[in-house]
Design a protein around this ligand. Structure first.
Ligand SMILES: NC(=O)c1ccc[n+]([C@@H]2O[C@H](COP(=O)([O-])OP(=O)(O)OC[C@H]3O[C@@H](n4cnc5c(N)ncnc54)[C@H](O)[C@@H]3O)[C@@H](O)[C@H]2O)c1
Ligand SMILES: O=C(O)C1=N[C@H](C(=O)O)CCC1
Length: 269
């Protein structure tokens, strides 16, 4: 028996799922309590170590999320919006901290997490890395210091498998820029330029999404004015940064009052 918090990883076979499993297995402060995949996936029923091409770990991939969550203290979930919503109810029922890295959730889906957040700790962020969360704070400060003579554009690049755009990180950066300016992002967001769009509207915050190859994640926040430009940039080269942040959040959430938190809370930025 051990008193290290038990962590369940959902989406076990995914790019982030596998990185999270490695991170927890390598950790001195947490133990892998379970791994979940969707029903019908050929990893279900296999030992996770073998499924990942290494030695057995004594943890069998299951599609029974509630049974897995009931043995654990935290769930780390980088899957898909509908799955994350279902997991939020089960994590609350099992009394687990729910760390959500899933992006592409609609405003309605985010609001639908509220009942679970009234019962347990939810830490949700479109990017769990220290660097990006620091960039969020810097973006807010720079936007607050500059006026609308500086056009703000968020440019992001990701691998060709990514299904959502703008990225969760780009939206975090856009929100921070809007907050710094004292405006609502939904009122100034310009997401889809194509054809005769007309000139750029002063005060808009623009988004551009690049998709290609195996790019892990790159984000620029551009402040462009007449005669000068400022670029704030984060470049991720290793998914381990997201997994380390998520594990930190799972441990940070132990014993905290129920509620909706983000990585700024976890990192104390
Ligand atoms: N917040 C962050 O720091 C951060 C970092 C990287 C990726 N992400 C986000 O994490 C999510 C996953 O990214 P990925 O690259 O690992 O994707 P992926 O497609 O490689 O993996 C998704 C996994 O979720 C599983 N899944 C889907 N529905 C499920 C269900 N109902 N039950 C159990 N498992 C289910 C899939 O089978 C798959 O294994 C995306 O939304 C991505 O944007 C967030
Ligand atoms: O690979 C992904 O997908 C990523 N998603 C997050 C986002 O949408 O910002 C974080 C970076 C990687």
């Amino acid at each position: 028996m051990t008193d290290k918090p038990g962590i369940v990883i959902t989406g076990a076979s995914g790019r982030m799922g596998q990185m999270l499993i490695k991170t927890v297995l390598d950790s001195d402060t947490a133990r892998l309590a379970g791994v979940v995949e969707r029903t019908g996936h050929d990893w279900v029923g296999q030992d996770i170590g073998i499924a990942m091409g290494g030695p057995a770990q004594g943890v069998i991939v299951t599609d029974d999320a509630l049974a897995a969550f009931s043995t654990a203290q935290a769930v780390i979930d980088f899957t898909a919006p509908e799955a994350t919503l279902a997991f939020s109810k089960l994590a609350a029922e099992a009394g687990c901290v729910h760390v959500i890295g899933t992006t592409g959730m609609s405003e309605t889906q985010i609001a639908d997490l509220d009942p679970a957040a009234s019962q347990t700790v939810i830490v949700r962020a479109g990017n769990m890395s220290l660097g990006v969360n620091l960039l969020v704070q810097l973006t807010r400060k720079v936007a607050a210091a500059l006026d609308e003579d500086f056009d703000i554009e968020v440019i992001e690049a990701h691998h060709h498998h990514k299904v959502d755009a703008p990225s969760g990180t780009a939206l975090m950066l856009g929100e921070a820029a809007a907050e710094g300016r004292g405006v609502s992002l939904s009122e100034v967001s310009d997401r889809g330029r194509d054809g005769i769009t007309g000139a750029r509207k002063k005060g808009d915050i623009g988004f551009t999404a690049i998709r290609g190859g195996d790019i892990v994640g790159e984000h620029d926040v551009l402040f462009a004015a007449k005669g000068e430009r400022i670029v704030l940039r984060h470049m991720a080269t290793d998914r381990a940064i997201f997994a380390r942040g998520a594990l930190k959040a799972a441990l940070w959430g132990q014993g905290k009052p129920p509620g909706a938190y983000d990585m700024i809370d976890v990192l104390g930025l």
